[in-house]
Design a protein around this ligand. Sequence first.
Ligand SMILES: C[S@@+](CC[C@H](N)C(=O)[O-])C[C@H]1O[C@@H](n2cnc3c(N)ncnc32)[C@H](O)[C@@H]1O
Length: 233
Amino acid sequence: MADPGEARRHPDVGSRTYAVRKPLAEWLRREAEVASRRPQRPRLLDVGCGIKPYAPFWKGVVSEYVGVDIANPGAELEGTVEQIPAADASFDLVVCTQTLEHAADPARAVRELRRVVAPGGRVLASTHGVQVYHPDPDDYWRWTHAGLERLFRENGSWSAVTVEPGAGTAATIGMLVATLIWFLAKRARVRPLAWPFIAGINLAGGGLDRLSTRLRTPGPGTIFANYHVVAEP
Ligand SMILES: C[S@@+](CC[C@H](N)C(=O)[O-])C[C@H]1O[C@@H](n2cnc3c(N)ncnc32)[C@H](O)[C@@H]1O
């Protein structure tokens, strides 16, 4: 059977969500590499796990991979990020990708992520700066880097919180244009024709961002598709 996570781990350059998925996969791959150097294999909790697209990165790295989700037969535990069905400090790594925007109460969700992570552990969360509305089952929130950092710092005591954008400003604006092209091509039933345009936009956006630190670094005038948060208890 085809692996549905493959397209998330190796996103196609002609995909309209490339600016979100490509940096996200690279970041998680690097985090798994860092975790592989731990003296003891960590326990990992994936909150809002969906199809667990990134689980293969953690194979051989973690001692246990536990998924939590709502109405998902592929998850080991049924529950929400606002009320995680796990004991305090019971996981060394808590991953929560592209889920906070779907949580009705993100402040409570962050407190729950803090509660279940063990001392010396790490929470890895990602969520959108800008993105089209995509209910799953609903879609409530978007953040700036400053707002997301504040959400974490104000909810739970953390020794460190870092928030980094995934793709830069040019790739993000490219993603919005690519989304419009994709939508129009879909309406006109010529979706395959959109691929070269979207691929060109994604490549050009990434190239521009690589040329300019200002486009990649949060500051006035920047805009980011997605953020990666590392929070340490
Ligand atoms: C966009 S998908 C992301 C799935 C996966 N983490 C990924 O990165 O591909 C959002 C996931 O969040 C789950 N979800 C939505 N609301 C949630 C909540 N309040 N608590 C936990 N999971 C939730 C959905 O069921 C879905 O699996």
